[in-house]
Design a protein around this ligand. Structure first.
Ligand code: G3P
Length: 478
């Protein structure tokens, strides 16, 4: 305490000349854990300038060399897993083991990106003109993929390291430079991750990390003329950004209300295990969390009983103890969740457990007999509270899923693969998981949302492609 973490620009750690800083509140103790610099707009301008010039040289650096540096950063990141995980525990109350997993997964993601990049960027296309009517074979077209320029990466609090590198690594392998604006909760973890890239020896200015208040530098960054692409993961802010941004490619992953549709023939033990994992891991603070269970009435009692038995076994407490359920990220988030719970109470939902809260810590809660007039049927709590809606037909489940303004992922549990396929086709979501809870990984799988859940597709391969543009050269023969 007392020390203010520096921001990273031009290959150096710097103090902001604003003289201001931002406090990071530990969700468990609700006291200031760390402080970071509140960068000014002038500092953002400088960062943009160096990002632009560093990118020009980086794009000319051989692809294999770019890959080599990424592999180095991945190895260093993994070596630093313990201190980074500790920051995650303190800043975002991620359970200790999950925090380590996040860092290791990030190292693997960087290496995979380097490998994938050398392959997909090492190939182009060759086209000839005489396949189009009226043309002789006199034009040869060569295609390659060129970088976009400066990529602005804005990850959310729930994976400040992993969702940062899932933007940084594809950007860098493709020859772009990176300006990272980490979330306030998670900023120190992100700075530590950036330090690993620093140690790997990337050129000055290629990677920068600016911290600060959204109100001061948020719009300034996203509307900055120096930015050539924005990759954002988070909430509603993404919708605002997409309306204000310049004419540049956007990659957005926003909220979700992932439905879990349970048919009569489903393996209920498997469903219960996946509802626990999908609904309550990291206390429900994942955009891919199961956020509504739509279960056929005939098996609903049996399923609810099985889920309740497992909820009773979840440990609740501080992240340092590796508890299953840990405090949610902020007091305002806890208040929001409480608002959804009291609305459901008022409107007659069945409380399978007693509602309990201490500070930001909310005990896991399953709400049965939720009806469409309750807010929790539609809104995402981003907390350990899960609604169950009983349905009388599969169509009812699909209709509820499709009536949502979100469309990230969904899942369906049944032993009938034909039915599962038809339901998957009918669900308006970016991904449907058959017989498992929604999840983004493995990280090379395509990951996308429709409607308010996002723009574009992520996953390692898609992100590399998205952060490039096709360039063609046409050779005209006489
Ligand atoms: O909430 C962010 C989202 O990308 C979730 O990732 O790995 O928990 O499915 P994951």
């Amino acid at each position: 305490e007392g020390d203010v973490y520096k921001y990273y620009a031009d290959g150096e750690w710097k103090k902001s000349s604003s003289g201001k800083n931002v406090a990071i509140i530990n969700p468990t103790t609700r006291k200031t854990q760390y402080k970071v610099q509140a960068c000014s707009q002038e500092e953002v301008n400088k960062v943009m300038d160096s990002a632009k010039s560093a990118q020009k040289l980086w794009a000319k650096t051989p692809l294999w060399k770019r890959a080599e540096l990424l592999h180095k950063a991945a190895a260093i990141l993994k070596e630093h897993k313990a201190p980074i995980a500790e920051c995650l525990v303190k800043e975002i109350a991620k359970p200790a083991k999950d925090a380590v997993t996040e860092v290791v997964r990030s190292g693997d993601l960087i290496s995979y990106c380097a490998e994938e990049g050398v392959r997909i960027l090492g190939e182009g296309k060759f086209l000839v003109s005489d396949s189009f009517p009226g043309n002789e074979r006199t034009k040869y077209c060569l295609t390659s993929k060129i970088p976009l320029g400066v990529i602005l990466a804005i990850p959310p609090f729930n994976y400040p390291v992993n969702l940062a590198v899932s933007k940084i690594a594809p950007a860098l392998i493709a020859g772009n430079s990176i300006v990272l604006k980490p979330p306030t909760q998670g900023a120190v973890s992100a700075l530590h991750m950036v330090h690993c890239f620093h140690l790997a020896g990337f050129p000055k200015g290629l990677i920068s990390c600016v911290t600060g208040k959204g109100s001061e530098i948020g719009d300034f960054l996203t509307m900055h003329p120096g930015v050539n692409c924005i990759s954002f993961t988070g909430g509603d802010t993404g919708i605002a950004i997409s309306k204000k941004a310049n004419m540049i490619p956007l990659q957005m992953e926003l909220g979700g209300k992932d439905a879990c549709i349970v048919l009569e023939d489903a393996d209920l033990d498997l469903v219960a295990a996946n509802i626990i994992k999908g609904g309550f891991s990291y206390s429900g603070q994942r955009c891919t969390a199961v956020k509504v269970v739509l279960v056929m009435e005939s098996v609903a009692d049996a399923l609810v009983e099985k889920v309740n038995a497992k909820v009773a076994k979840l440990s609740v407490g501080p992240p340092e103890n590796d508890s299953d359920i840990t405090p949610v990220v902020s007091e305002s988030s806890a208040n929001f969740i409480e608002g959804l719970v009291s609305d459901a109470k008022q409107k007659g939902a069945t409380f399978c457990q007693e509602y309990k809260r201490e500070g930001n810590l909310i005990w896991p809660l399953l709400l049965d007999n939720v009806r469409p007039d309750m807010r929790i049927a539609w809104e995402e709590p981003f907390g350990p509270v899960l609604p169950v809606i009983r349905i009388n037909s599969v169509e009812e489940g699909i209709n509820h899923c499709n009536a949502s303004n979100f469309g990230l992922q969904g899942c369906v549990f049944t032993k009938d693969v034909n039915k599962a396929m038809l339901i998957s086709d009918a669900m308006e979501t970016g991904t449907v998981q058959i017989n498992s809870a929604p999840a983004r990984g493995p990280d090379h799988f395509p990951f996308q949302g429709i409607k308010d859940s996002g723009i574009g597709s992520q996953g390692i391969t898609n992100s590399i492609n998205m952060m490039t543009k096709v360039k063609t050269t046409v050779i005209n023969l006489p």
